[in-house]
Ligand binder design. Structure first.
Ligand SMILES: *Cc1c(COP(=O)(O)O)cnc(C)c1O
Length: 333
Protein backbone atom coordinates (compact mmCIF):
# COMPACT_ATOMS: atom_id res chain seq x y z
CA UNK A 1 0.00 0.00 0.00
CA UNK A 2 1.45 3.35 -0.97
CA UNK A 3 1.48 5.95 1.71
CA UNK A 4 0.12 9.24 0.50
CA UNK A 5 1.69 12.11 2.39
CA UNK A 6 -1.17 14.02 3.95
CA UNK A 7 -1.21 17.78 3.62
CA UNK A 8 0.06 19.42 6.77
CA UNK A 9 -1.17 22.79 5.69
CA UNK A 10 -3.83 24.10 3.32
CA UNK A 11 -3.00 27.47 1.83
CA UNK A 12 -5.83 29.83 2.68
CA UNK A 13 -4.07 33.09 3.60
CA UNK A 14 -2.27 35.61 1.44
CA UNK A 15 1.18 35.63 2.99
CA UNK A 16 3.35 37.33 3.98
CA UNK A 17 1.05 40.01 5.33
CA UNK A 18 2.42 43.56 4.98
CA UNK A 19 4.64 45.13 7.62
CA UNK A 20 4.09 48.89 7.65
CA UNK A 21 4.89 51.92 9.80
CA UNK A 22 2.31 54.19 11.42
CA UNK A 23 4.22 57.45 11.04
CA UNK A 24 1.23 59.76 11.34
CA UNK A 25 0.04 58.02 14.49
CA UNK A 26 3.56 58.25 16.01
CA UNK A 27 3.70 61.96 15.17
CA UNK A 28 0.25 62.54 16.68
CA UNK A 29 1.37 60.91 19.93
CA UNK A 30 4.84 62.47 19.90
CA UNK A 31 5.79 58.91 20.71
CA UNK A 32 7.80 55.90 19.62
CA UNK A 33 8.20 54.34 16.21
CA UNK A 34 5.13 52.14 15.65
CA UNK A 35 5.10 49.28 13.17
CA UNK A 36 1.97 47.35 12.25
CA UNK A 37 1.73 43.74 11.09
CA UNK A 38 -1.31 43.59 8.85
CA UNK A 39 -2.91 40.25 9.69
CA UNK A 40 -6.20 41.98 9.02
CA UNK A 41 -5.08 41.44 5.40
CA UNK A 42 -4.79 37.65 5.37
CA UNK A 43 -7.33 37.75 2.56
CA UNK A 44 -9.79 34.91 3.15
CA UNK A 45 -13.37 36.16 3.66
CA UNK A 46 -12.19 39.64 4.80
CA UNK A 47 -9.20 38.28 6.68
CA UNK A 48 -7.96 38.19 10.25
CA UNK A 49 -5.72 36.13 12.53
CA UNK A 50 -7.86 32.96 12.49
CA UNK A 51 -7.00 32.29 8.85
CA UNK A 52 -3.41 31.39 9.80
CA UNK A 53 -4.70 28.87 12.36
CA UNK A 54 -7.24 27.48 9.90
CA UNK A 55 -4.51 26.56 7.41
CA UNK A 56 -3.47 23.83 9.87
CA UNK A 57 -6.90 23.00 11.30
CA UNK A 58 -8.49 22.49 7.88
CA UNK A 59 -5.54 20.34 6.75
CA UNK A 60 -6.09 18.16 9.83
CA UNK A 61 -9.84 17.94 9.12
CA UNK A 62 -9.17 16.82 5.55
CA UNK A 63 -6.53 14.31 6.68
CA UNK A 64 -9.13 12.78 9.05
CA UNK A 65 -11.70 12.76 6.25
CA UNK A 66 -14.18 14.86 8.17
CA UNK A 67 -17.04 16.46 6.27
CA UNK A 68 -18.18 19.30 8.56
CA UNK A 69 -16.22 21.96 10.45
CA UNK A 70 -17.94 22.59 13.79
CA UNK A 71 -16.91 25.55 15.90
CA UNK A 72 -18.23 28.15 18.33
CA UNK A 73 -18.08 31.80 19.30
CA UNK A 74 -20.05 34.97 19.90
CA UNK A 75 -22.62 36.25 17.39
CA UNK A 76 -19.97 38.63 16.01
CA UNK A 77 -17.15 36.06 16.11
CA UNK A 78 -14.43 36.74 13.55
CA UNK A 79 -13.17 33.20 14.07
CA UNK A 80 -16.55 31.72 13.05
CA UNK A 81 -16.72 33.95 9.98
CA UNK A 82 -13.24 32.89 8.82
CA UNK A 83 -14.03 29.22 9.56
CA UNK A 84 -17.20 29.48 7.44
CA UNK A 85 -15.18 31.02 4.59
CA UNK A 86 -12.49 28.31 4.87
CA UNK A 87 -15.12 25.56 4.76
CA UNK A 88 -16.64 27.08 1.64
CA UNK A 89 -13.20 27.34 0.05
CA UNK A 90 -12.33 23.65 0.51
CA UNK A 91 -15.84 22.22 0.11
CA UNK A 92 -16.61 21.20 3.70
CA UNK A 93 -19.82 21.85 5.60
CA UNK A 94 -19.74 24.38 8.44
CA UNK A 95 -21.85 24.56 11.60
CA UNK A 96 -21.53 27.33 14.15
CA UNK A 97 -22.63 27.19 17.76
CA UNK A 98 -23.10 30.85 18.63
CA UNK A 99 -23.83 32.71 21.83
CA UNK A 100 -27.06 34.67 21.42
CA UNK A 101 -30.59 33.96 20.32
CA UNK A 102 -32.73 33.77 17.22
CA UNK A 103 -33.51 37.27 16.10
CA UNK A 104 -29.94 38.64 16.19
CA UNK A 105 -29.72 41.12 13.34
CA UNK A 106 -27.93 39.67 10.30
CA UNK A 107 -25.15 42.26 10.45
CA UNK A 108 -21.37 42.25 10.26
CA UNK A 109 -19.81 38.82 10.76
CA UNK A 110 -23.15 37.10 11.23
CA UNK A 111 -24.32 38.25 7.81
CA UNK A 112 -21.10 36.87 6.28
CA UNK A 113 -21.47 33.50 8.11
CA UNK A 114 -24.79 33.08 6.33
CA UNK A 115 -23.42 34.12 2.94
CA UNK A 116 -20.60 31.56 3.32
CA UNK A 117 -23.29 28.93 3.82
CA UNK A 118 -22.75 28.10 7.49
CA UNK A 119 -25.56 26.60 9.61
CA UNK A 120 -26.05 28.57 12.85
CA UNK A 121 -27.22 27.15 16.20
CA UNK A 122 -28.01 29.63 18.99
CA UNK A 123 -27.00 28.77 22.55
CA UNK A 124 -27.92 31.75 24.70
CA UNK A 125 -25.18 32.78 27.12
CA UNK A 126 -22.65 30.14 25.99
CA UNK A 127 -20.17 31.60 23.54
CA UNK A 128 -17.17 29.35 24.16
CA UNK A 129 -18.36 26.08 22.70
CA UNK A 130 -20.01 24.70 25.85
CA UNK A 131 -22.63 23.02 23.62
CA UNK A 132 -20.43 21.87 20.77
CA UNK A 133 -20.18 18.23 21.88
CA UNK A 134 -23.96 17.99 21.98
CA UNK A 135 -24.22 19.14 18.35
CA UNK A 136 -21.31 16.88 17.35
CA UNK A 137 -23.22 13.89 18.73
CA UNK A 138 -26.28 14.78 16.67
CA UNK A 139 -24.18 15.16 13.53
CA UNK A 140 -22.57 11.75 14.10
CA UNK A 141 -25.99 10.14 14.52
CA UNK A 142 -26.96 11.72 11.19
CA UNK A 143 -23.97 9.99 9.58
CA UNK A 144 -21.59 12.96 9.46
CA UNK A 145 -17.98 13.15 10.60
CA UNK A 146 -17.61 16.54 12.27
CA UNK A 147 -14.23 18.17 12.93
CA UNK A 148 -14.40 20.11 16.20
CA UNK A 149 -12.48 23.37 16.38
CA UNK A 150 -12.37 24.93 19.88
CA UNK A 151 -13.47 28.56 20.14
CA UNK A 152 -10.86 30.82 18.62
CA UNK A 153 -9.15 27.85 16.93
CA UNK A 154 -6.72 27.81 19.86
CA UNK A 155 -5.14 24.39 20.30
CA UNK A 156 -1.94 22.61 19.39
CA UNK A 157 -3.02 22.38 15.76
CA UNK A 158 -4.18 25.95 15.13
CA UNK A 159 -1.49 27.81 17.07
CA UNK A 160 1.10 26.45 14.61
CA UNK A 161 -0.08 29.25 12.34
CA UNK A 162 1.46 31.79 14.69
CA UNK A 163 4.74 29.90 15.06
CA UNK A 164 5.00 30.33 11.29
CA UNK A 165 3.88 33.97 11.55
CA UNK A 166 6.70 34.79 13.97
CA UNK A 167 9.25 33.35 11.54
CA UNK A 168 7.65 35.46 8.81
CA UNK A 169 7.98 38.63 10.92
CA UNK A 170 11.60 37.95 11.87
CA UNK A 171 12.43 37.56 8.15
CA UNK A 172 10.69 40.84 7.32
CA UNK A 173 12.50 42.68 10.12
CA UNK A 174 15.87 41.37 8.94
CA UNK A 175 15.22 42.46 5.38
CA UNK A 176 14.11 45.93 6.42
CA UNK A 177 17.06 46.32 8.79
CA UNK A 178 14.85 47.25 11.72
CA UNK A 179 14.34 46.01 15.26
CA UNK A 180 11.24 45.67 17.42
CA UNK A 181 11.44 45.89 21.22
CA UNK A 182 7.86 45.03 22.02
CA UNK A 183 4.90 43.45 20.26
CA UNK A 184 1.40 44.43 21.38
CA UNK A 185 -1.32 41.92 20.52
CA UNK A 186 -4.95 41.43 21.54
CA UNK A 187 -5.33 38.13 23.41
CA UNK A 188 -8.51 36.17 24.06
CA UNK A 189 -8.56 32.41 23.47
CA UNK A 190 -4.75 32.58 23.58
CA UNK A 191 -3.67 30.65 20.49
CA UNK A 192 -2.20 33.68 18.79
CA UNK A 193 0.02 34.65 21.72
CA UNK A 194 0.89 30.98 22.40
CA UNK A 195 2.10 30.53 18.81
CA UNK A 196 4.03 33.80 18.88
CA UNK A 197 5.77 32.98 22.17
CA UNK A 198 6.77 29.51 20.96
CA UNK A 199 7.80 31.08 17.63
CA UNK A 200 9.93 33.62 19.50
CA UNK A 201 12.05 30.79 20.92
CA UNK A 202 12.44 29.11 17.57
CA UNK A 203 13.03 32.20 15.42
CA UNK A 204 15.14 33.91 18.12
CA UNK A 205 13.06 37.08 18.28
CA UNK A 206 14.66 39.34 20.89
CA UNK A 207 11.72 41.58 21.81
CA UNK A 208 8.93 41.16 24.35
CA UNK A 209 5.43 39.95 23.46
CA UNK A 210 2.73 41.68 25.47
CA UNK A 211 -0.82 40.35 25.26
CA UNK A 212 -3.69 42.69 26.03
CA UNK A 213 -6.45 40.59 27.56
CA UNK A 214 -9.73 41.66 26.05
CA UNK A 215 -12.01 39.45 28.17
CA UNK A 216 -10.19 37.48 30.89
CA UNK A 217 -9.50 38.87 34.33
CA UNK A 218 -6.35 38.20 36.32
CA UNK A 219 -8.16 35.71 38.55
CA UNK A 220 -9.74 33.41 35.99
CA UNK A 221 -10.30 29.86 37.33
CA UNK A 222 -7.30 28.69 35.28
CA UNK A 223 -4.60 31.37 35.04
CA UNK A 224 -4.51 32.58 31.42
CA UNK A 225 -0.70 32.23 31.35
CA UNK A 226 -1.02 28.52 32.22
CA UNK A 227 -3.68 28.05 29.57
CA UNK A 228 -1.53 29.65 26.86
CA UNK A 229 1.50 27.70 28.01
CA UNK A 230 -0.51 24.48 27.58
CA UNK A 231 -1.47 25.48 24.03
CA UNK A 232 2.15 26.40 23.18
CA UNK A 233 3.51 23.10 24.47
CA UNK A 234 0.83 21.07 22.68
CA UNK A 235 1.89 22.90 19.52
CA UNK A 236 5.58 22.16 20.12
CA UNK A 237 4.76 18.49 20.62
CA UNK A 238 2.72 18.31 17.44
CA UNK A 239 5.41 20.06 15.40
CA UNK A 240 8.06 17.74 16.83
CA UNK A 241 10.01 20.60 18.41
CA UNK A 242 12.22 20.22 21.47
CA UNK A 243 11.49 23.71 22.82
CA UNK A 244 9.02 24.06 25.70
CA UNK A 245 7.41 27.13 27.24
CA UNK A 246 6.77 27.99 30.90
CA UNK A 247 3.90 30.16 32.20
CA UNK A 248 6.49 32.83 33.02
CA UNK A 249 7.15 33.29 29.27
CA UNK A 250 3.73 34.92 28.92
CA UNK A 251 3.18 38.63 29.63
CA UNK A 252 -0.43 39.80 29.80
CA UNK A 253 -2.09 43.05 30.83
CA UNK A 254 -5.50 42.73 32.48
CA UNK A 255 -6.19 46.39 33.20
CA UNK A 256 -7.88 47.34 29.92
CA UNK A 257 -11.06 45.27 30.24
CA UNK A 258 -13.32 48.34 30.31
CA UNK A 259 -16.99 47.37 30.28
CA UNK A 260 -16.17 43.71 29.56
CA UNK A 261 -16.21 41.54 26.46
CA UNK A 262 -17.54 43.30 23.38
CA UNK A 263 -18.45 46.55 25.14
CA UNK A 264 -17.18 49.67 23.37
CA UNK A 265 -16.12 52.45 25.74
CA UNK A 266 -14.15 55.69 25.36
CA UNK A 267 -10.81 53.83 25.17
CA UNK A 268 -11.86 51.69 22.20
CA UNK A 269 -13.83 54.48 20.53
CA UNK A 270 -10.86 56.87 20.51
CA UNK A 271 -8.36 54.23 19.34
CA UNK A 272 -10.62 53.19 16.46
CA UNK A 273 -11.30 56.73 15.27
CA UNK A 274 -7.70 57.97 15.64
CA UNK A 275 -6.28 54.99 13.72
CA UNK A 276 -8.92 55.35 11.01
CA UNK A 277 -8.58 59.13 10.64
CA UNK A 278 -4.76 59.32 10.88
CA UNK A 279 -3.75 56.14 9.05
CA UNK A 280 -6.73 54.96 6.99
CA UNK A 281 -6.65 51.66 8.89
CA UNK A 282 -9.74 50.03 10.39
CA UNK A 283 -9.53 48.40 13.81
CA UNK A 284 -12.38 46.41 15.35
CA UNK A 285 -14.67 47.14 18.33
CA UNK A 286 -13.87 44.03 20.40
CA UNK A 287 -10.14 43.18 20.09
CA UNK A 288 -7.84 45.53 18.21
CA UNK A 289 -9.70 48.68 19.26
CA UNK A 290 -9.07 47.71 22.89
CA UNK A 291 -5.44 46.66 22.27
CA UNK A 292 -4.67 49.90 20.41
CA UNK A 293 -6.39 51.85 23.21
CA UNK A 294 -4.03 50.11 25.64
CA UNK A 295 -1.03 51.06 23.49
CA UNK A 296 -2.10 54.72 23.37
CA UNK A 297 -2.58 54.73 27.16
CA UNK A 298 0.85 53.16 27.77
CA UNK A 299 2.54 55.71 25.51
CA UNK A 300 0.74 58.67 27.09
CA UNK A 301 1.42 57.35 30.58
CA UNK A 302 5.16 57.15 29.85
CA UNK A 303 5.27 53.40 30.31
CA UNK A 304 6.43 53.06 26.72
CA UNK A 305 9.30 55.45 26.02
CA UNK A 306 9.92 57.30 22.73
CA UNK A 307 13.13 55.38 22.06
CA UNK A 308 11.27 52.07 21.93
CA UNK A 309 10.29 50.40 18.67
CA UNK A 310 6.77 49.03 18.99
CA UNK A 311 4.95 46.60 16.75
CA UNK A 312 1.16 46.48 16.87
CA UNK A 313 -0.02 43.10 15.59
CA UNK A 314 -3.30 43.82 13.79
CA UNK A 315 -5.40 40.68 14.16
CA UNK A 316 -8.37 41.85 12.05
CA UNK A 317 -12.03 42.05 12.98
CA UNK A 318 -13.22 45.11 11.04
CA UNK A 319 -16.41 43.38 9.76
CA UNK A 320 -17.79 43.67 13.31
CA UNK A 321 -17.71 47.49 12.93
CA UNK A 322 -20.88 47.17 10.88
CA UNK A 323 -22.71 45.70 13.87
CA UNK A 324 -21.50 48.47 16.24
CA UNK A 325 -22.32 51.64 14.30
CA UNK A 326 -24.31 53.41 17.03
CA UNK A 327 -21.75 52.59 19.78
CA UNK A 328 -18.87 53.90 17.69
CA UNK A 329 -20.49 57.22 16.88
CA UNK A 330 -21.95 57.83 20.31
CA UNK A 331 -19.01 60.00 21.43
CA UNK A 332 -20.95 61.59 24.27
CA UNK A 333 -21.13 58.37 26.30
C1 LIG B 1 -9.77 36.03 17.88
C2 LIG B 1 -9.23 37.39 17.77
C3 LIG B 1 -8.17 37.83 18.59
C4 LIG B 1 -7.59 37.00 19.71
O1 LIG B 1 -6.82 35.92 19.26
P1 LIG B 1 -6.74 34.62 20.22
O2 LIG B 1 -5.85 33.70 19.47
O3 LIG B 1 -8.13 34.14 20.39
O4 LIG B 1 -6.15 35.06 21.51
C5 LIG B 1 -7.67 39.10 18.39
N1 LIG B 1 -8.20 39.91 17.45
C6 LIG B 1 -9.22 39.53 16.65
C7 LIG B 1 -9.74 40.50 15.68
C8 LIG B 1 -9.76 38.27 16.78
O5 LIG B 1 -10.79 37.90 16.00
Amino acid sequence: MTRIPLPARVRLAQLPTPLETLTRLSAFLGGPEIWIKRDDQTGLGLGGNKTRKLEFLVADALAQECDVLLTAGAAQSNHCRQTAAAAARVGLGCELVLGGAHGELPEGNLLLDTLFGAVVHWTGMDRRGERMEERAGELRREGHKPYLIPYGGSNGVGAAGYVVAMAELVGQLKRSGTRVDRIIVASSSGGTQAGLVLGKKISRFEGEILGISIDKGERAPEPFEDEMCGIANATALRLGLDERCAPGDFRVRYDFLGGGYGVVGPLEREAISVTAAREGILLDPVYTGRAMGALLAMIRGGEIRSAEHILFWHTGGAPALFAYGADLLNAGK
